[in-house]
Write a protein that binds this ligand. Structure first.
Ligand code: DGL
Length: 267
């Protein structure tokens, strides 16, 4: 049994994981949340597996010092590369975003043709593809790295001609393969949901890994009797490894809420 008093620790390479915080915070309104954005070392999506694993362990180390009861790896790239190694070395439940997203996609698809979009790291890791095939060997998976979606989301340039043209160029292969479900396999992509949906058309269902992950977090806390039962106001605490003011400014759109103070952490 884990302590009810501990917070849910969540980390990401930067602001993107706030889309995961948003889902977990709305599903679990009593839980304290502590979030670390590794803004000093973002992006993870272009880095090697070895580097991402090293960064993921140092982020986990910072959060473990803050009294957490469960760790969420909000970053898809870090989930793809580092989840097994974190689980092996840490003595608390560790939740990644890949398997929840894959399970949600399998629940939605009717044709068993699923598209995955994510960073280069996530796509080249093959982790979504392997997870889907492990869960159901009949599935056919088509994947596409969409690296420009990350800066577009951070610039707030999520609708209009330019994002639509970029989305059309990235997504045409998935359309040709006639996928009926696409997983938004990157923290930033929920911000481009409207543009992605209009390019793919109404026959394609979108799966937000962040939303699916929040359900898994709730199930784990409930099954270990670790859900917070206190009625006092919950705390949301934010840490960033660089430029905390910029984190607060950009992060607002990802969290869909003001962020307030952000603590700078060095590691
Ligand atoms: N958070 C990353 C992910 O979900 C996207 C940004 C980055 O490349 O670090 O894969």
């Amino acid at each position: 049994m884990y302590e009810r008093g501990g917070a849910i620790g969540i980390f990401d390479s930067g602001v993107g994981g706030l889309t995961v915080v948003r889902q977990i915070a709305s599903r679990l309104p009593r839980e304290d949340i502590i979030y670390l954005g590794d803004t000093a070392r973002v992006p993870y999506g272009t880095k090697s597996a070895e580097t991402v694993v090293r960064y993921a362990h140092s982020c986990a180390g910072i959060l473990l010092k803050r009294h957490i009861k469960l760790l969420v790896v909000a970053c898809n790239t870090a989930s793809a590369f580092a989840l097994d190694s974190l689980r092996e070395s840490l003595d608390l439940p560790v939740v990644g975003v890949v398997e929840p997203g894959a399970r949600a996609a399998l629940e939605k698809t009717k044709t068993m043709k699923i598209g995955i979009i994510g960073t280069r790291g996530t796509i080249t890791s093959g982790e979504y593809q392997h997870t889907l095939q492990r869960l159901d060997p009949k599935v056919r998976v088509f994947s596409k790295a969409c690296p420009l979606f990350v800066p577009l989301a951070e610039e707030g340039w999520t609708t209009g001609d330019v994002p639509a043209q970029i989305a059309a160029a990235y997504l045409c292969e998935l359309i040709e393969h006639e996928v009926d479900t696409v997983v938004l396999g990157c923290t930033h992509y929920p911000l481009l949901r409207e543009t992605i949906a209009s390019v793919l058309g109404p026959s394609v269902a979108l799966v937000d890994s962040a939303e699916a992950t929040s359900e898994v977090v709730e199930k784990i806390l409930a099954s270990t009797d670790a859900l917070c039962t206190s009625n006092s106001e919950r705390s949301l605490h934010f840490l960033a490894s660089d430029a905390p003011e910029r984190f607060a400014q950009i992060g607002k759109a990802f969290l869909d809420h003001d962020i307030g103070d952000v603590e700078w952490v060095d590691f």
